[in-house]
Design a protein. Sequence first.
Length: 271
Amino acid sequence: MPNQKQPSQPRSTEDILREMEEMARDSGSDSPAKPSGGGLKSFLDFFVKVVPDDAEEAHGEGARGEGAQGGGAPKPKSAGAPPKPAPAVGPRVGDLVAGEPAPKFEPPQTNADLSSKPLDEIYSEAGVSGSPCSVDELAKLMENPAVANQPMSVKIIAVNLALSAKGISYEAPIADAVRRDRALDAFQAMLNDRARDSEQRNLARIQLLTQETEEYLKRKQAEMDALRSEIDEAKRQSLDFSVRREAEEKRLANMIAPFLEGKPNPVTVGN
C-alpha cells in the first residue's frame, strides 16, 4: 500500500492512453481495440512526418561523407534512379463535406423571433445527424477526468486512441463541425434574405403611408384653417355690430330724455 504521506506520482502518458483504450473498449464498441503502439504511431504520423528508412540511410551516408577527413567526394546518385514519389497529402478540411449539398432554409410565414431558435433545431432541420462522433462527443472525451488536466498534446493522442478503438476516424468530428458551421451559415443567410425582403417590401409601404399621411394632414389643416376663419368672422361681426348698437342706443336715449321729467333713462347705452 503506498505511503499516503508521500505526494502521488503523476501518471505517465502510457497509463493515460491505456485507460482511454480501456474506457473505449468498455463503451460497447464492436471493433477490437488497437494496441497502444499502433494507435499512437498512427496518430503521430498525422502530426509528424516519419522519414523512411532509405531516406535516413541516405541522410546518414551524406553526413558521414561530409564529415570524413581526407575522404573523397560523396558518391553521385545513379542517373537512372527514378525520382521518389511525393508524399500523399490528406484531404483538406473543406473537402470533407464538399460532395454534400449545402443546407438551405425557407423563411417561415410567421413573424416569429428566429434569433433565439435552439441550435439543435437548426442542426436537425439542416440534416446534421448520424455522425459517428459528433463535436459534442469529442468535447466529452476531451473533458474526461483521465485527461482533463493533461497537456493538450496528451489529450489529442488519448482521444485519437479512443476513437481508433471504436473504429472512428479523427475526421468524423471535424466533418460534423463543418456541417454545423454550414448549417449556421445557411440559417444566417436565410435571416439576411428575410430582412432584406422585409425592408424592400415594407419601405414601399412606408413611403405610401407617408404620402397618404401628408395628404391627410393637408386636408385636415385646411379644415382647421376654415374653422379658425369662421371663428374670426363671427367675432368680427359681433364687434362691428356692437359699435352700431351703441350709436343707436345713444340716439334713442337722447330722443326720449326730454320727456322723462328727471326720471332715469330706460335706454341702456353700451355694455
